[in-house]
Structures are given as C-alpha cells and as structure tokens.
Ligand binder design. Structure first.
Ligand SMILES: Cc1ncc(COP(=O)(O)O)c(C=O)c1O
Length: 1005
C-alpha cells in the first residue's frame, strides 16, 4: 500500500526496507534508478506544524549549508513537502527525504582526533547554516531543551548507583549557576540532537574518516547556540578514556569555522554534564516503567561512565583546556601576566644568588646522565653526576630545564607502576636550580605568602612555599618554590607580607626534600585552577600545552638573556628538516608520523616526549634494548682494549669456541666482520674460491645486504624500485611460499615440489654450461614475507646443489640465535647442515658485528696466500658484546620464552582469523611471525593498504611493528627475546581491536 502511495504521490517506484523507529514508521526506499530515500510515515496525531518546521529548516539549509551532507525534502508531484495518508482510519503524515550515506558515528571506530575535529567543524557549519533562521513552530518547550533541564530534576530519584549523587550535583550547579548565564547567551535555531546515532561518518582520504552528515531534525529548537555543542559533546565523550581531549579536538574543529564566546565556553562543561544527566535521569525513569528492556540499561552505562569521568575532572582545568582549544588564552588574565613578566620594568630580585647559568643539565628522557632503565633512575648517582658537571664547569649552580620530559619520577603519584605504554606525568613545567643545601632563596617581587607546606612523600616537594604577587594592573600570579628545608616553615607563615628581595626559604637536603639532589624547583603559576598545593610541577605530556600556558618558563625571573635556552621542548620539525638536509635522501623513516626515539630498554623504546613504545619489530636488540649485561660487557671492554685481531686475544677465541659449540659438527671455523653485508660478501668469496665457479643461485625476494655485489644477489633490491635487474651470474629460483606460491601447503609433497624447481633451474643452467658456486638463501625468508619453507624443502635443495658441486650458504641473519624457539638455527628445523653460515644483526645486540662460520676445508682453500683482514672485525668489544648475548640467552632462558609466547601468538591470531576474513595466513615460529592480509581468500588479492593502516594504528597505540613481503601485505613481528606475557597480551588485544575498526572494514570495499 505504501509503495503504491509513493508511486501515486511522488511518482517514485521503490523497494522499501523498514528501519527502526521509536514512534514513527521509517523506511529506506531504493528507487528503480538506484537512488535512495528515507520515507517517513509519522505517528498518529503527529503535529503537522512539526513536519512543516523540519521541512522549512531543510529547505533553508539546502541553500545555506553546502559543506556537510543533509537530507533534502523530496516534493510530491503537487510540489508539496509532505502528504497525508489514512492508515487504519487515522490520518498520518507522509514525507520523503534524500538518503545520506555513511556509517553512524556510534558504530564507527576509531574515533580518532581528526574525526572529532571534523565533528566540530560539521556542527559549526550547521550552526552557520541555521543562523538567522526561525519559524513560528520553533517554540518547543520540551525537556530535551537544555534550558528546560530543571524539569527532569525530579527523575533523579530513579538513578541507580554513584550517578545519583553526581546528577544531584550537576542539577544543583545548573540551577544555581548555569541557568542564569545560559539564557543570557546568543540564541539560534539548533538541531539539538547531534547524537552519535544522528551523525554519519565517511571516508575521505585512505583511513581518514570525517563526520560528513547530520540528520533527524525532529528535536530542533530555538535555544542558546552553545547547547548544540553541549549535546554533540555529551555523545562524543561516550566511551572515551580522556573526555577532555575529545572535547578539545572538537572545539579546535568548531572554532576553525566559527568562533565561540568566552561566556559560552565558561559553562560548556556544565552543559555537557547536564545533558548526560538529563539522559541518565530520563532513561532511569523509563527503566522503572520497563524494567525488562535491556537496551535501556545498556545505553545508560556509557553515559554514567562519562558522567563519572567528567565529575572527576577539575572544572577549571577543563575550562583552561577548552579556552585554549577555542583559540583563547588559557585564562582571561594570562596574557596580561605574561606581558608583564616579559617586559618587566625593572629586573626582578634574584631568587637565588646564582653565580652562573652556563651549566644547563640534560635530564631529558634521552640524557646520557641517566642510563636506559626508566624505572631505575637512582638519585645518588644522579646527585654525583650533577656535582661532577658543576665541578667541571667550576660553578655553584646548575640548571634543570623547563618543559623537559623526564623519566626521573619513579613514584606512584606520577603514574609509575602502570604498564609502560600508559601515560605518566613526565613534563617538568618548572625550572630547577641545583646547588648546595642550605643556600637562601629570596622573593623576586613583593608578595603575600599563599601556601607553606611539607609534602613528605618520596620524590615530592618536601618543604614547599607559594607566594602570591600582582602585576601593577592588579592581575594576580604566583611563584612556587619546592624542595625547601623544613626549617623554612619556622620563619614564614601563610598570609605574611613579603618584600622583594626578602629571604623566604633555604634549600632542603635530600632527607627533607623528597629524596632529590638538593635544588630549588621554581615555577610560575598564573592560575592555580583551585588545585591548591596539588597543582602539578610535572604534567602529563597530553596536558602539557595547557600547563605550559599556565606556567610560563621561570627563566623569565632569572635575569638571563635567552630564556629559550632553558626550554627543553623538542622540535621535531627541525630534526626532520636537518635530517633531510644532511643525511642520505633515500634513508627512509618509519611511520606516517615519524618517531623521535631517544632511548630503549629491554622490549621498549622511548621517544623524546617520554612515551613508551612496545617494540615488536627490531630484531637487532636480540636480548632487549640496552640489556644491562651487554651494556656492561661493552663498557668494561671498551675501557680496556679495542684493537684489531692481529694480536693474540682471549675474547675472540672465547667467542669463536662458544659460537662453534652451538653449530653442528663440521662447522668449525669463524671469520668476524662488522655487518651481515660484509659477512655475506665474505661467504661469496669463500664459495667462489672453493668451487672456482662464479655463478650464484638466489631465492626470489631475498635480501642479503647493501653492497654492490649483494644488491646483485638480492632480488628484493635489484628487482625493486630503482633496481636494474640481476646480472648474468645470478640465477633466481621461486620462493618456497606454500601460501601464495605455485604449490600450496595442502599438497603433501609441497617441499619437494619447490625443491624440484631448483633442480630444473640447475638442469637448464648446466645445459647452457653454467656452473653454480653456491646456493644462498635466508633459511626463512624475511623481507620475502616471513616465509616458513615447507618441510623437506632445503634438504632436497641441498642434495641437488651438492650433486651439482655447489656449496650451500645459510643466511641466518634474521633467524639465528634461538629466535625460532624450537631450534637455535633455522637450518636445524630444515634438517640440513650448510657449508657456510652467515650471521649478523642480533649477534651482538646491536653492536656492529657479523660472522661467517664454515668448514675446515673451505677455510683451508681460502687460505691461498692472500691475507684476510677486516680492521674492526672480531675486535674485543664486539666479541664481549656477542659473548654477553649468549650469556643472557642462556641465563634468562630466552629461547624457551620465544617458543612459548610465539606459539601463543600463532594460536590467538589463528583464532582471530576465523572472525577476520582479512587474515589470509598466520605463520611463524617462536618470535619470527607473519600475518598475511588478503582482500579475498580465494584470489589472495593482497591487502597492502590495510597492512599499512594496521601498522600505523599499532604505532598510535604505542606498538611498533612493520609490514613486508613483495606485495607489502604481511604484518611482521620480530620482538626481542625478552618480550613478556603481558606484552604479548597487549599486542594481541590491540591487534584484535584494530581488526574490528570500521576504517579497516571500509577499505576492503
Ligand atoms: C637476511 C639478511 N641478510 C643480510 C642483511 C644485511 O645486514 P646489514 O645491514 O647488517 O649489513 C640483512 C639486513 O636486513 C638481512 O635481513
């Protein structure tokens, strides 16, 4: 019947699909020409004025708002915006809208900061579009209007749990403070319900989701304009761990299009909370009437959680953040104070009698004074090295910088103890003056004492003091002094008047200053945000922009000419620009957003902003970045001897003996060089010399090193961008990839079939009179896509090669030293013994070293009169590092660790594969792992874009992985051997979430 009516009234022939709707009947209509519409049959008794109102609004927006997608009203054949139907004897209104395509914001993930920014811009465009529009039916008088929130207050009694008290507080604040301010603010027609089910997201650029459409104008109203944002933000903050950051991004987007008044921003947080409370109260009331409706409880939970989170935030901090995001100074008087401090008419009285400002310390994350372990910054050695620096510089004071991200704060109050990738307070928003305990501190300006306190917690202030000052125009600001002696409190009291230059304190010793090397923490605070003595001296990096604006660089008080010298904010753009200028152009940088890594410890890397990244990619730090045992071994040895191998030395022998003990019988002689490239070069010389042949056989997509000869031997390079193909002495065989190659894993003879290809190539070459010196292969190809060759493959290949008189070289650079869990060398799993084994990368945990291990016969042949010499190869320091790696592998039982956790990864990702079509193949052994992504499991069409998306998303979640394979569609995981169960759990759960993300799903289409 509806279909007929559509045809009759609109001339529209369409298939109908019913959509959910609480009161009205809604249908998606697909016309015979493919165009899509929304057909709405309104509830009985629906006011005609309401529909007329919506139609008038949409007509208006059609002309004013082109930047976002909005539904358009489709006119009837008689040019009417709606029609009337008689359904079951009652009149119902029918109207038709164009369909907006996209994904509901509520169903879209991830809610990236760019998405929230675009939500803000879309709301601003809508507000601009509605500006000046009004309609007689716009006076709604409905409790969903924020100005009417008081009407919902009685429903608070129905709220369960902690939200009830929170709601009471919110309603009280609304009634006593917010309402009066709200009704004075500019009004306009607003959509009033930009909830996450009325907002659509679309993909613009790859992986860059944008809010692009808003629909359902049924709650429109003439309201204070700011209410539009409050409603949208009440939904935007749902399920967000850091709701203020979400609001900040939204506001940046909004104000890029349309400005906000300070008075609007001032009550925004209260309004967001009010909207949440109205929603919780009404749904709690509905719950009483409909206790069995699980949907009500379900939808209430995120709102309660968001209310809880927002109830805990400091509203003054939120206001400062909102103001900054909206382009205003953090507080109204911040610019005036800053202006005063920058242009002081007379020098402030010196805070301390500093003899010199030349000794500026580096206490940043990457400081050479502090070592790698972020949890083991012990203060005694720090005190010692600070004093050493001061003695060297012959000064009595040294300076700790402002805005420096530090790993010094190893106490729970700073967030220490949580998982390393979680954010901790690290950004030092004061300035330190290190000096002897007992030295006096003076007031820089006239002041009144605001706080005097002892905070006797480890790494806290100990004795602390805050002075309140005023600019000549009467703007207050404060100076904070931390780590004072407790005696200070004896001669100063809150409320006391202080004159500029008056002594106010003395520097505390470590037993009374929180345990620190004696120093003054000096901080300027423009506004205490009502945080009192809990105002931080060290901020979360994600909040640092606000805190830095509230606490300008205290060097302003120090009579120094260049205050920027005391500011440690890293400048990534400048680092990138300098790199581009001076470092070889084709050295690539990982990730769309480059990382500035300044230190590594075990399985984590740390950037200059003190953020930790779980490293599951770098296979060089085999026993973990900066493993103390290896570091110690290197430090000791380099302090003793570092010379070439033409003298007798124990270290090279110890290592050669321990290394060959790990090799099968027959592989007895070692050569040491400085890199795997050098080692592969040498292996080629050995083979050519032994066989007196020149030609080599290589595997497709292989990589063996960066020298000219090895580029010739690396199809990955010479067949890739910029490559010039293989020279005539290099012969390529297919990679034994039983997932994507010619023969699949289901075939019981797959290994032999791939080996057969090698045999055929050999035959063809022999028939042309070409003889192969050696077959070189990464035992498990890595850049080829983390390939596990089928069993029996190498055994057969080696047989064929040997029958041909050729040698077999195993490049174990990626797979050696226990990475595979089951075996120490990958060739063991293939049950072969190579003639030459090439080692590199992990061998010395990152200290440059490469090695070649071969048989006595090959070594004897190589000893043909020409000396072998590599200046640095096998030096005592490299051998000490390599020995330490073997020690750690053994003492920490790391091969077994790789076996256990690698198996766990494979099992979990294979389970994920059942749900995630994108996962074509999961393969690996131990910590040599690959996940191949395909768009289609039959055609195996590679999902390279998806792989790149996942790796960049992992990076955003602070996990470093990579992609590889000739088609760039294999996720590659090669963590260091010290990865722990909780790291693996974090990796797996993060991967699982990313695979669920809408952006990824949309890419497949
Ligand atoms: C299998 C393999 N062999 C050799 C090399 C060359 O190593 P290096 O860059 O240390 O010379 C690499 C480097 O990625 C490699 O993966």
């Amino acid at each position: 019947m509806l279909q007929e009516k559509l045809k009759e009234l609109y001339g529209l022939q369409a298939e109908l699909e019913q959509l959910v709707g609480e009161w009205d009947l809604n249908f998606k209509a697909t016309a015979s020409n493919g165009k899509e519409y929304i057909v709405k049959v309104m509830r009985k008794g629906c006011e005609e004025g309401l529909i007329a109102l919506q139609c008038a609004t949409l007509f208006h927006l059609e002309n004013t708002t082109k930047e976002i997608l909005l539904p358009n009203v489709v006119l009837t054949k008689n040019q009417q915006p709606y029609a009337k139907l008689i359904v079951d004897g009652a009149e119902r209104l029918l109207w038709v809208l164009t369909y907006c395509s996209g994904t509901l914001l509520a169903k879209y993930s991830p809610h990236s900061s760019k998405l929230m920014y675009s939500f803000g811009t879309s709301i601003a465009h809508l507000t601009n579009g509605l500006e000046g529009f009004n309609h007689p039916a716009m006076k709604r008088n409905h409790y969903w209007e924020l100005t009417k929130s008081k009407e919902v207050q009685p429903l608070t009694v129905h709220i369960q749990g902690a939200a009830k008290e929170q709601a009471k507080t919110v309603f009280k604040q609304f009634e006593e403070v917010v309402y009066a301010k709200l009704i004075e603010l500019p009004h306009s027609v607003i959509h009033n319900d930009a909830n996450d089910y009325n907002v659509l997201v679309n993909e613009t650029v790859m992986g860059e989701a944008r809010v692009n459409a808003i629909f359902d104008f049924g709650d429109m109203s003439y309201q204070p304009t700011i209410c539009e944002l409050a409603v949208a933000l009440a939904y935007a903050v749902l399920d967000k761990e850091r709701p203020l950051q979400v609001c900040g991004e939204f506001l940046k987007g909004y104000t890029a299009i349309r400005s906000l008044l300070e008075a609007e921003i001032e009550i925004l947080l209260d309004l967001i909370k009010t909207r949440l409370v109205v929603s919780i109260a009404t749904s709690s009331y509905r719950q009483i009437k409909d206790p069995d409706d699980p949907y009500i409880t379900l939808s209430q939970a995120p709102a309660k959680k968001a209310l809880d989170r927002l109830s805990q935030v400091n509203s003054n901090f939120a206001l400062a953040l909102f103001r900054q995001a909206a382009g205003y100074p953090v507080t109204k008087h911040a610019p005036a104070v800053l202006h005063y401090l920058i242009n002081l008419p007379t020098r402030p009285f010196p805070v301390m009698e500093v003899d010199s400002f030349k000794c500026i310390l580096d206490l940043s994350v990457g400081s050479l004074m502090l070592g790698a372990d972020p949890t083991a910054v012990t203060l005694n050695p720090l005190t010692k090295s600070i004093w050493e620096k001061m003695e060297q510089a012959n000064v009595a004071f040294s300076i700790g910088r402002y805005a420096e991200n530090r790993h010094l704060y190893a106490a729970s109050g700073f967030g220490d103890g949580q998982y390393p990738t979680q954010e901790k307070r690290t950004n030092h928003i004061g300035l330190d003056l290190f000096c002897e305990a007992g030295l006096p501190v003076f007031a820089p300006f006239d002041a009144i004492v605001e706080y005097v306190n002892i905070i006797d917690l480890p790494l806290d202030y100990g004795g602390m003091l805050v002075l309140k000052h005023q600019t000549p125009k009467g703007h207050p600001f404060y100076t904070l002094y931390g780590h004072l002696s407790h005696d200070t409190l004896k001669y100063i009291a809150v409320g006391q008047q202080i004159k500029a230059g008056e002594k106010i304190a003395t520097i505390g010793a470590d037993h009374e200053n929180g345990g620190w090397p004696p120093h003054l923490h000096l901080q300027i605070i423009i506004d205490f945000l009502d945080k009192g003595i809990h105002f931080p001296g060290v901020a979360l990096e994600s909040e640092a922009a606000v805190y830095k604006a509230l606490c300008p660089n205290p060097a302003l008080l120090l009579n120094v000419s260049n205050i920027a010298k005391f500011d440690a904010t890293p400048n990534l753009e400048s680092i990138l620009a300098r790199r581009k200028l001076r470092v070889g152009y084709n050295l690539s940088i990982s990730y769309a957003k480059p990382l500035h890594i300044v230190k590594g410890y075990k399985q984590f890397l740390y950037d200059s902003q003190a953020q930790a990244y779980l490293d599951v990619y770098n296979n060089v730090p085999h026993v973990g970045h900066s493993h103390p045992h290896v570091v110690n071994a290197i430090q000791k040895e380099v302090g003793l001897l570092n010379t070439n191998t033409r003298y007798l030395h124990d270290r090279i022998l110890e290592y050669a003996e321990r290394l060959t003990a790990k090799m099968p019988e027959g592989l007895d002689v070692c050569y040491f060089v400085n890199s795997a490239s050098e080692a592969n070069e040498l292996s080629l010389r050995l083979a050519r010399n032994y066989t007196k042949r020149q030609d080599m056989m290589v595997v497709a997509s292989a990589y063996h090193g960066h020298t000219s000869t090895l580029i010739d031997l690396s199809p990955y390079k010479h067949n890739g961008p910029g490559g010039e193909g293989a020279p005539n002495w290099v012969h390529e065989v297919p990679i034994a990839d039983d997932y994507r190659g010619a023969f699949k894993s289901a075939n019981p003879n797959v290994g032999e079939l791939y080996a057969q290809q090698v045999y055929q190539t050999l035959q063809e070459l022999s028939s042309k009179g070409r003889q192969i010196a050696a077959f070189i292969a990464e035992t498990y190809p890595s850049v080829g896509g983390q390939i596990i060759p089928p069993s029996g493959y190498l055994k057969k290949v080696y047989e064929y090669m040997r029958a041909h008189g050729a040698l077999c070289i195993a490049d174990e650079v990626q797979t050696g030293f226990g990475r595979l869990g089951d075996s120490f060398w990958a060739f063991e799993t293939q049950q072969v013994i190579p003639d030459i084994v090439v080692l590199g990368k992990p061998i010395a945990n990152g200290f440059p070293m490469g090695a070649v291990v071969t048989t006595k016969a090959i070594a004897a042949a190589f000893d043909n009169g020409m000396e072998f010499f590599s200046t640095f190869g096998g030096n005592p320091v490299a051998c000490a590092a390599a020995l330490a790696v073997l020690d750690v592998l053994e003492t920490e039982n790391l091969q077994a660790n790789a076996k256990k956790l690698g198996a766990h990864f494979l099992k979990s990702v294979k389970e994920l594969q059942v749900k995630q079509e994108l996962i074509g193949d999961v393969r690996g052994e131990g910590f040599f792992l690959g996940v191949e992504l395909v768009k289609d499991r039959t055609t195996l069409s590679p999902a390279a874009q998806e792989a790149s998306y996942i790796v960049n998303r992992l990076r955003e979640q602070h996990i470093l992985a990579g992609t590889d394979g000739p088609l760039h569609n294999v996720l590659k995981f090669r963590p260091s051997m010290v990865l722990e169960q909780r790291d693996m759990d974090y990796l797996l759960s993060t991967l699982e979430h990313i695979f669920e993300e809408t952006t990824l799903g949309l890419m497949k289409k």
